[in-house]
Design a protein around this ligand. Structure first.
Ligand code: FUL
Length: 483
């Protein structure tokens, strides 16, 4: 290394991390951006959303079940993983569990020899999707629900799920809990204290972290991923991945079942932990299949709108998919996923800024810098343009060399060192002057700005207008979405 390189080496100390930081499993999760949540079981055969826990397992007999058909439809939709509801609130287990008789071996499907969790896990592996599981804490079938004995059963179920189906990317815990149910024939209402009954910390520490260290734990309040607070699939326009889970009414422990609906869509700027939001939304009105909703599958336009309001705000998007009574995704759902996936693939295939010449008002270390703004175009989420420590506003200009027409702008921070930026604006060179075309607040893992109309220009400028610390931006993209 020459003298200059040696000198600039000092100035090129990496920026200090800012605020709460993501773990590796969370970084991996961010990169997924989109996945699906499969609801399929006895409810499908009863036209119900919440089974009472008394339905006969013989009802479950999906004659044409084909995990690959579902996985391939999800893949065509651009989904990178699937979470299967292995047990919903009705307690019916889709795998041959030893913890309860209320399971798939009591159904005629595959002659009582079937394992639906395994078939999904294998189909996901075959087609390159990651796999995750949801096991409802509330169990309306189990006679012990509400008593300490059920907890042993519930944990044993997770143990089976964690050890029998390969590496999982997510362990999903929903918040609906306690109420009336069959409970082994008692048919009564059972209330539990959500903050203490499940002793979540123990389950997560002794089982999840040990047996599935790569899986993020999702619940209303984290610890890895928080529920966004609505089932519309929408994060707030300003979305902080950082969050401080709060105890209900300020008392006791934060717990699943006590979502902070008001603050969760946005998160907390100074949140104590990195707990980004997952936006879940069913592709149809219900989470389970209902024939009378066949015509109410979300349209391409509705799906895109949700995508820009979730993935486009640095959260992840979890599409609820509901196989029908045949055991297939209905043709209308397959078509919707394909059209949506095609739109995204077409858009993302071509970053119109890719060949641009990039210049910045400030570059960390200046000479031969590791943090050169050309890093914004190298497609790597973690190589980045950075400014000197005392520079918290700066601009980058992209000379596109020829006129380009686009309607989506993409920005990403190197979140390995925190979510930093609080304000930015984008300008296009129009008729000899800069014209502001978009602005925003948070960026984080991913920010997509959808412009009201196509902008045609030869030069684009990004201004970072507010940041508490120096800038560490990793990506800039211009895309044309075919409306
Ligand atoms: C909720 C459940 O009550 C719904 O049935 C569905 O599973 C949804 C994803 O989570 O808490």
């Amino acid at each position: 290394m020459g003298c200059l390189g040696w000198l600039s080496g000092f100035a090129q100390e990496p920026p200090k991390p800012f605020g709460s930081l993501p773990t590796q499993r969370q970084l991996d999760w961010h990169e997924m951006e989109m996945y699906g949540l499969i609801h399929f079981g006895l409810n499908t055969y009863q036209d119900k959303e919440w089974g009472y826990g008394d339905a006969d397992p013989k009802l479950f007999n999906p004659a044409q079940f084909d995990a690959e058909q579902i996985v391939l439809a999800a893949k065509a939709g651009g989904l990178n993983g699937l979470i299967l509801v292995a047990k919903h609130h009705d307690g019916f287990c889709l795998w041959p569990t030893k913890t309860t008789d209320y399971n798939i071996t009591k159904s005629p499907w595959r002659g009582g020899q079937g394992d639906l969790v395994k078939e999904f896990a294998q189909a996901c592996e075959k087609h390159g999707l990651r796999f995750g599981l949801y096991n409802s804490p509330w169990d309306r079938n189990n006679k012990d629900y509400g008593k300490p004995a059920y907890l042993d059963t519930y944990r044993a179920q997770w143990r089976e799920l964690y050890t029998g189906y390969g590496d999982l990317f997510a362990s999903w815990h929903d918040g609906a809990n306690g109420g009336d149910g069959y409970y082994g024939g008692a048919k009564e209402t059972r209330k539990i204290d959500r903050t203490t009954y499940y002793d979540w910390e123990k389950t997560w520490l002794t089982l999840t972290r040990r047996l599935q260290p790569g899986a993020v734990i999702f619940s209303d309040i984290g610890p890895d991923i928080r529920w966004v607070g609505n089932e519309k699939g929408i994060a707030a326009e300003t979305h902080w991945a950082t969050f401080t889970p709060a105890a209900p009414d300020g008392k006791g422990q934060p717990a699943p079942g006590y979502a902070n609906d008001k603050e969760s869509p946005m998160g907390h700027r100074d949140g104590r932990h990195w707990i980004p939001a997952e936006c879940d939304v069913p592709l149809r009105p219900g989470w389970f299949y209902h024939a009378n909703q066949d015509a109410r599958v979300k349209t391409r336009a509705e799906m895109l709108d949700i995508y820009f309001k979730s993935v486009g705000r640095g959260a992840n998007l979890d599409w609820g998919l509901a196989p029908d009574t045949r055991g297939l995704l209905h043709e209308n759902d397959v078509k919707a996923l394909q059209a949506f996936g095609d739109a995204l693939r077409q858009m993302l295939a071509n970053n119109l800024a890719a060949g641009a010449t990039v210049t910045a008002s400030n570059i960390r270390g200046d000479i031969e810098s590791l943090y050169d703004p050309s890093r914004l175009l190298d497609g790597d989420r973690y190589s980045y343009w950075a400014t000197d420590d005392d520079v918290t506003t700066a601009e980058v200009t992209f000379d596109l060399k020829q006129s380009q027409s686009f309607n989506v702008v993409r920005l990403r921070e190197n979140i390995m060192i925190g979510q930093r930026i609080e304000g930015f604006a984008v300008d296009a060179w129009q008729n000899g002057a800069w014209q502001e075309i978009a602005k925003g607040t948070s960026i984080g893992a991913n920010r997509l700005l959808r412009l009201p109309a196509n902008v045609k220009t030869t030069k684009v400028r990004l201004r970072i207008t507010k940041s508490p610390v120096c800038v560490a931006l990793s990506d800039f993209g211009l895309f044309a979405l075919q409306e």
